[in-house]
Design a binder for this molecule. Sequence first.
Ligand code: C2E
Ligand code: MG
Ligand code: MG
Length: 598
Amino acid sequence: MTSDDRPNPVIAAQLDRNNEPTADRYRWMVETVQEVIFEADPTGAWTYLNPAWERLLGHSVEESIGRGFLEFVHPDDRQANLDLFVETISTGKNQCRFEARYLTASGEARHMEIHAWIFRADDGTPLGSTGTLTDVTVRRLAELELGRRATHDPLTNLPNRSVLTERLSAEITAMDGGHLALLFLDIDRFKLVNDGVGHDTGDHVLRVVADRLRRAAPPDHLVARFGGDEFVIVAPGCDPQASRELSARLRSAVAAPIQMWDRELTTTISVGIRVLDASEAATTDPETLASRLLRDADSAMYHAKETGRNRATTFDLGTRQRIVERLETESLLRSALSRGEFELHYQAQFDFADERPVGAEALLRWNHPDRGLVLPDAFIAVAEDCGLITEIGRWVLDEACRRLAEMPELRLAVNVSPLQLHNGLVNDVAAALRTTAVAPDRLCIELTESAVSPDPASARAALVALSDLGVRISLDDFGTGYSSLSQLQQLPIDEVKIDRSFVSRLGSPDGHAVVTAILALADALGLETIAEGVEQRCEARGLADLGCTTAQGFLFGRPDTFDALRTTFARGAVSSRHGSGSSPRPSKLSLRRHSLQS
Ligand code: C2E
Ligand code: MG
Ligand code: MG
């Protein structure tokens, strides 16, 4: 077949007559084969090129004749090719085979396999060469891709774990004084994105985070994907101070909103830092040290998660001990539900207007077999991380509704974890209400802003469904998160709960201004307000003056048993009954009178 795919009539006729090769048939073969066939003089200049040269590389045959082959070779491959050419010619070899990238007329690189035969005179003097150039680009690129896949994570394109461990050992071996830091990074609440919004979104978030980390880290640092939502950075020369600065840079790079096709997500990372100095590096072999560094940085990251996420923790000797304790907590927590070790305490909430208890917040307690009554801050994060929170949260809802059924004048607020919001909260609430036949508006669901911010669109859908059930929704710890005004407007919220940190700063001009602003904002949006953590009389007075409607805090009473709550309600207005450890509390009536006088 000719190059334009029509049979050559002359050749066809010759084939018909006999099978003997003819000059025409040789020429036809040479002109139609896929491979480049060449001849070159002893200096490597082309003396003959078949049409495949032009077809494959786009250079005109006419213009290429007389030019040295090296001119067409990719600059990066020229020296190696020249060396090979000189070696073949000068050592008396008769053939050679090698690979080089040739440039097409448009500058694109093609991988060519070259097979050349050298002609020599009887005394060995080279007379020239002939041979073939075969285009092996497709095969070579496939091989390169396979090689890349063995060392890189296909989703994020970052080096994988095997590259990481090799590089870490190499950096330890090469240490010559100074420091080396290892940073272990984990995306906060990634499960929430993956389970709640979908794996495509999860993949997108991983790619964006990987890209941001790579850009934020200096070029001589290795950024690797360790697995799942975990990344590791090897930072040569980083001392403790520099590694803290680096982790701050990485965290702020990751924290920028991530634009999705139909929504905007925000995500944060927790970082564990382990710094190695040269003296420690000298004591142990690099492989053992590399795996110890990884384990320690992972432990420090774990600790960063436990102490609230979105932070960096540097490994110290106490870190490992804390991890052991945490694992114990987790294992005991797994059986706590079946052993009936949870209980709810209740902290009453008071109305500023008529000074009577109007409701209460249910607060979870764990009767730990050794440690006694454990407060939620010590175990909620653990329960969230190991996924137990959904089950525990369901128990809290059932128990709260059971108590509501026992006390018709009560309204109860229940805290829920962000993980519950995306894991059947609406069904759980509906079931608890149905079983106990409690009116939905007696139950209030308290959520923090962080439950809403990772994915406002899907949080909104869950909140709308909750609101449709008739339950009330309160935004807890208000002011500490990042809710934007537009987000607030779009969510079906009934109440904001002013965080204790603002209440305690009410005495300062700044604190006063913030609380005033929150109350004005709530008023403009038609939301009710409650202040939490009210401890001082002056705080209560200030809040009442600014128009806050409800208050909760140690000044009025600590969280206590259900029986204690009943007593508080039975007494009506402010009672003297307190939970353990509380100080006597003044009458709200006297507070109000005082505020009017002042
Ligand atoms: P929160 O929802 O902001 O609850 C208020 C916390 O502040 C309670 O701590 C309460 O005892 C404390 N508090 C109340 N008044 C005062 C005061 O005047 N001064 C001070 N310093 N503190 C005060 P607690 O019970 O340790 O709960 C801590 C957090 O644990 C809660 O914060 C809530 O986020 C979480 N939590 C509690 N129960 C549950 C639950 O059932 N499920 C979930 N997911 N989280 C819960
Ligand atoms: Mg709360
Ligand atoms: Mg709160």
